[in-house]
Design a protein around this ligand. Structure first.
Ligand SMILES: [Zn+2]
Ligand SMILES: [Zn+2]
Length: 241
């Protein structure tokens, strides 16, 4: 089945995201737009995923729990998981790998942890907009061991992207999908780097504000609308070798 998606959405937990990015606001906006699947990917942090999943409980919306990890090479990776247990396990690894500077919310923004009714139940204390201690290779290995999947984020951007920071996508990572920020940039990119034609692409909003969440314009073909099938599709989407 063809499912419309937006798999890169930040909540109010990301300091750079609006405080209006609450679990219910995100879920309602996605539902109004008619999206089938959304992904929750805050910077280096996963604490609002469970609340967004709960907020979507009575909706026809599948919420994929995830995180936008910043590796030690300053590369942003979308990491998605099939269940909250593995997500929590990965969060522990991120937290223990980070040098924890205190967030100054007046300067960088709030890092709000919310429950499924949008009540603020805490603030993440350490600054999330920084690199974790996990290398790209180690992150891909760990996520895979935990049954999840990695998609390098906004690969054509001038900062925090795998192509800008490394110069290429290492084939040994065995990735299937990459994310492009502006779909119109893909032809130029594949013309420049022929090997990029071997990958499939996700086009997400990277929404930090409600109004930026995608319209249901992009689709992914999955066997069913379940976390297992979505993760599996992203794992095995490689076109050919
Ligand atoms: Zn990013
Ligand atoms: Zn992002």
């Amino acid at each position: 089945m063809k499912l419309s998606y937006d798999l890169h959405i930040h909540t109010a937990l990301s300091p750079c995201a609006s405080d209006d990015m609450t679990p219910n606001n995100i879920v309602n906006m996605a539902a109004i737009k008619g999206l089938d699947i959304i992904g929750i990917t805050d910077h280096n942090s996963t604490e609002n995923c469970a609340s967004v999943i709960k907020a979507a409980k009575n909706k026809e919306l599948l919420v994929v729990p995830g995180v936008e990890l910043q590796t030690s090479e300053e590369v942003h990776l979308l990491c998605f998981f099939e269940n909250l247990l593995n997500l929590r396990e990965f969060q522990d690894v991120i937290d223990s790998s980070m040098v924890k500077g205190k967030n100054i919310s007046e300067i960088f923004g709030n890092q709000l942890i919310m429950d499924e009714k949008d009540h603020v139940v805490g603030q993440k204390q350490h600054m999330l907009l920084t690199s974790s201690g996990l290398s790209l290779n180690r992150a891909v290995e760990l996520v895979s061991e935990m049954g999840g999947v990695v998609v390098p984020a906004h690969i054509e951007r001038k900062s925090y992207s795998i192509i800008t920071n490394l110069g290429f996508v290492p084939p040994e990572l065995n990735l299937s999908y990459l994310e492009i920020y502006q779909p119109g940039n893909l032809p130029d990119l594949t013309a420049k780097f022929d090997y990029l034609k071997n990958y499939k692409y996700l086009f997400n909003s990277d929404a930090h504000e409600l109004g930026c969440i995608s319209e249901p314009e992009r689709f992914i073909e999955c066997k069913s609308k379940s976390l297992y099938e979505v993760i599996n599709t992203i794992k095995n989407g490689r076109r050919h070798k």
